[in-house]
Ligand binder design. Structure first.
Ligand code: ADP
Ligand code: MG
Length: 598
């Protein structure tokens, strides 16, 4: 019988490998930038068109390749970076698998020019779908330029799977940030559709962070330094008062390679404990230098995960180093040896006096009184009360009796009250509604903001003191995509130059004091909030506004506020779930209670 097993042809094997290494244009950007860094370049240019879907080009002034090396570079498992298996345990370079270029060339059109110092001319190689289509001499300067065109041209499924240009561009910017932050000593230029997005001169780390995220960052960082036999730790932590709600400023680098590590993150978060306002994230740029033999970066094809030896010790060292920095730089109250009881309490609770847990009850409520003649009681004909019932109907609560008879026998203005500063309890004739105040309010605000935007009827209130925001290039980019929705909502802006934005007016329902924080939130890189990736800008803006402005759990509300919340809530188009898909209320049937008390 003839053998049924055959070896896959190279181009097929390359396509399969490409599936693992190259998921989207940003993966190509990462591989090309890393190759340029490995080639000892001191200047690297990134040029992209249409979020990398049409063109990704990286031009470096590094060591270049000889003609033979140029051909070999596109073969699978061709690498100049390791020769022995043992080398894997002493990696000093970013690359080592020797499959990036072969993978990229299998799924795109690649044109490379490269010249070493010793050569007079450069060599050019053109490959389309693993096939060499041209090889010639050219006259490029020393270094390498690789242009990747028509990515995924031969894998339509992949191409169709790509997200909008905006989203893909954000992924590219993320990769660019990671490489740029790992190598402040290298000059980087980044052009998108002919516009310069970043020009980062060679500098030190602090200046690089400021060049990437905005100059005000310089004053918001405290250095972190620690030297032990296990690891050298350097970098910066963001002072807790400047922390953000997003995870956008959390960077770990191990031996100058960006990595993700939930356990290192935990160590840093732990050091910040008690220093952050609820919902805020620690910010950090931490660089670990460890013996390459003590880590394994081989565990993931895209190489962002690392396994460490002595994890537990590293955890303790890192936590202590960050804690120390936050303390030394006066972020923590100074410790002295006279025992001060307030220091025993986490910082966030320090200024609070103990209070009994707040249970807001309506003191006017008398369960034995049959007739409430409360002046704020809406009449049965009040449209809000019809809405209350239609709201409940929409939520598919079929058990509710909405017959004429029951409407007329409405409980005397169902009195609402607050429970645990978290829920609004609304007793009805046959059951009880337990409404999550935060989610209900998010729903109300979301619908309001969304209709302001879509019906173009947002109401502005001018700010007495206009706020000036400094934007980094990425935020400026975000701004251009969101400005329309923001203005429809009621914000008004003056863009002074490409990185200074003045907020002159804020929407109704948005307190002036919150305007600045909100706009910052609204300009956050949305790929961090991947759950929001697929919605329109209007929807995203309405959600972010609702999330930030809604009353929180733990806030006690006056009787009027509770009632207003309930009325507004049942006037909503949708009452079952919050804009973030969380259930808003539960019902407790009278029969359930009777059964329990049987
Ligand atoms: P790896 O980086 O894992 O070695 P790649 O497929 O990314 O694999 O690259 C293959 C080889 O091509 C590298 O080992 C290197 O020798 C060479 N190479 C790639 N890009 C460049 C560049 N920009 N400058 C010089 N040499 C390069
Ligand atoms: Mg490589």
């Amino acid at each position: 019988m003839a053998s049924k097993i055959t070896l896959l042809p190279d181009h097929v094997a390359n396509q399969i490998a490409a599936g693992e290494v190259i998921q989207r244009p940003a993966s190509v950007v990462k591989e090309l930038l890393e190759n340029a860094v490995d080639a000892q370049a001191t200047q690297i240019q990134l040029v992209i068109k249409n979020a990398g879907k049409t063109l990704i080009q990286v031009i470096d002034n590094g060591e270049g390749m000889s003609n033979t090396d140029l051909r070999l570079a596109f073969e699978r498992h061709a690498t100049s970076k390791i020769t022995l298996a043992e080398d894997l345990f002493a990696l000093k370079t970013k690359g080592f698998r020797g499959e990036a270029l072969a993978s990229i060339a299998a799924i795109s059109h690649v044109e490379t020019h490269t010249r070493t110092t010793s050569e007079e001319v450069s060599h050019c190689l053109k490959i389309e779908g693993s096939t060499v289509v041209d090889q010639s001499l050219s006259t490029q300067p020393k270094g390498t330029s690789i242009a990747v065109k028509s990515l995924f041209y031969n894998i339509p499924a992949r191409r169709n799977f790509l997200k909008s240009d905006q989203v893909e561009l954000r992924h590219i910017i993320d990769e660019f940030h990671r490489v740029a932050l790992a190598h402040p000593e290298i000059k980087f230029l980044f052009y998108n559709n002919g516009h310069e997005l970043f020009e980062l001169g060679a500098t030190g780390l602090k200046k690089r962070i400021a060049a990437v995220f905005g100059s005000k960052w310089e004053s918001q960082l405290v250095p972190v330094k620690e030297q032990t036999s296990l690891a050298i730790i350097t970098g910066f932590a963001v002072k807790p008062e400047f922390s953000k709600k997003s995870r956008g400023q959390q960077f770990f680098f191990v031996n100058n390679r960006f990595i993700k590590s939930s356990f290192l993150h935990h160590a840093v978060s732990n050091a910040f404990e008690g220093l952050l306002r609820p919902g805020f994230q620690p910010g950090y740029f931490i660089y670990l230098t460890v013996d390459p033999q003590s880590i394994d970066i081989n565990i993931h094809p895209t190489k962002t995960e690392v396994k460490f030896e002595e994890e537990q010790n590293l955890y303790a060292i890192l936590r202590a180093a960050v804690k120390h920095s936050l303390g030394v730089f006066q972020v923590l109250p100074t410790l002295d040896f006279e025992k001060d009881a307030s220091l025993e309490v986490p910082y966030a609770y320090k200024d609070k006096t103990p209070e009994p847990p707040p249970i807001a009850v309506d003191s006017n409520f008398n369960p034995f009184k049959n007739e409430h003649k409360s002046s704020i009681r809406p009449s049965v004909k009040d449209p809000q009360w019809e809405a209350l019932y239609s709201g409940i109907k929409e939520a598919n609560l079929s058990t509710i009796d909405t017959s004429e008879d029951s409407l007329l026998n409405l409980p005397e203005s169902p009195k609402v009250f607050q429970l645990f500063s978290k829920y609004i309890v609304c007793p009805l004739k046959t059951h009880l509604l337990l409404i999550d105040q935060k989610r209900a309010h998010q729903r109300i605000l979301y619908e309001r903001f969304l209709s302001s935007i879509t019906q173009k009827k947002g109401v502005s209130q001018s700010l007495l003191f206009p706020v000036v925001l400094e934007l980094n290039p990425q935020q400026t980019e975000e701004f251009t995509h969101r400005v329309e929705a923001l203005e429809l909502l009621g914000f008004q802006f003056v863009l002074k130059d490409s990185n200074h934005l003045t907020i002159t007016a804020a929407p109704e329902y948005c307190p002036a004091s919150k305007a600045e924080e909100l706009v910052e939130q609204l300009l956050i890189n949305e790929s961090e909030e991947s759950s929001l990736e697929d919605f329109s800008p209007a929807d995203r803006v309405a959600k972010t506004m609702a999330k930030n402005l809604a009353i929180k759990s733990g806030e006690s509300l006056t009787a009027q506020e509770q009632q207003a919340l309930i009325d507004d809530f049942f006037a909503c188009k949708e009452t079952a779930v919050s804009p973030f898909n969380r259930q808003i209320f539960i019902t407790l049937e009278k029969t359930d209670i009777e059964q329990k008390l049987n």
